[in-house]
Ligand binder design. Structure first.
Ligand code: HEC
Length: 110
């Protein structure tokens, strides 16, 4: 490629980038699919809490697909959602959810 050809294609690239930047930004309209999975039923208060808090960012399938684990595991898991991923779940709710998941999905005595 000659120098002048290189300069022309470089100018073209900058031209396109400039044009794109000048166009008005449009809000993206993203429709998420309906949730199809459900939490296991329970009379424990943590069921309500999990239904409220654990559907904000991802499918319930993330919970359903875990192997049976005790509430200590779930406490660590829910704490990770709070500390690492920024879930705004109060500590008392974290306890209730962990107990519910440990008993309903896990290995803890019901
Ligand atoms: C603030 C957003 C947010 C909330 C609220 C949230 N999670 Fe998550 N969760 C994530 C992210 C991000 C991942 C990781 C996704 C990935 O790796 O693809 C994840 C992954 C998971 C996983 C898969 C295993 C893992 O550790 O990556 C499980 C199980 C899980 N979440 C359980 C829960 C439970 C239970 C709740 C309710 C207490 C909850 N999540 C609430 C963001 C959230």
């Amino acid at each position: 490629m000659t120098f002048s050809k290189l300069m022309r294609s470089t100018a073209l690239v900058f031209g396109v980038v400039g044009l794109t930047a000048a166009l008005p930004a449009h809000a993206l309209d993203i429709k998420l699919p309906q949730e199809t999975s459900q939490l296991k039923a329970s009379t424990l208060a943590g069921h309500q809490a999990a239904s409220a808090w654990c559907v904000m960012c991802h499918s319930i399938d993330y919970i359903n697909s875990q192997p049976p684990m005790p509430s200590a595991f779930w406490h660590a898991e829910v704490t990770k959602m709070v500390k690492v991923y920024g879930a705004p779940i109060p500590e008392d709710q974290v306890k209730l959810i962990s107990e519910y998941l440990g008993k309903t999905y896990g290995t803890d005595q019901k």
